[in-house]
Design a protein around this ligand. Structure first.
Ligand code: RB5
Length: 145
């Protein structure tokens, strides 16, 4: 599975940690930036990763800003994206099993590195359950315009 990852300056350090985790686990990724700690605008990076997911450049996306809020709002504006902002592993699992979330958002100023890594690990290992959840996700997709 190839992952797209992106952040603003508020999520930069956590992004670098998550990249290390992906490398250690032989998970391919594309880094959509930002490339350093200079102040940037999170919409640019949320949009880039979301468009990468929709274009099929990557299968799933991980986006990080200070809280994870702004960058998840941006990602969810892109047609076909279901981006889940998670601060715990249960929500991360449910976001895949029930919501088929194709993107995960994290708060770089909210989460410790170890918890963030566990959230990513659980999310990557989880799969959509389909069934009644498919009907509900289809109702979300019907709102895309
Ligand atoms: C940047 O200071 C901060 O606003 C951003 O990282 C994010 O938390 C926005 O939601």
């Amino acid at each position: 599975m190839k992952i797209g990852i992106g952040s603003d300056h508020g999520g930069f350090e956590l992004k670098e940690h998550i990249k290390e985790y992906l490398e250690k686990n032989n998970i391919e990724y594309v880094d959509y930036g930002t490339k350093g700690k200079d102040s940037v605008d999170y919409p640019d990076f949320g949009k880039a990763v979301a468009e990468g997911v929709i274009a099929g450049e990557v299968e799933r996306g991980i986006v990080i800003c200070g809280t994870g809020i702004g960058i998840s709002i941006v990602a969810n504006k892109v047609k076909g994206i279901r981006c889940a902002l998670c601060s715990d592993t249960y929500s991360a699992r449910m976001s895949m099993e029930h919501n088929n979330a194709n993107m995960l958002a994290l708060g770089g100023r909210v989460l410790g590195v170890d918890l963030a890594q566990e959230i990513v690990e659980v999310w990557l290992k989880s799969n959509f359950q389909g069934g009644r959840h498919e009907r509900r996700v289809n109702k979300i997709s019907a709102l895309d315009c």
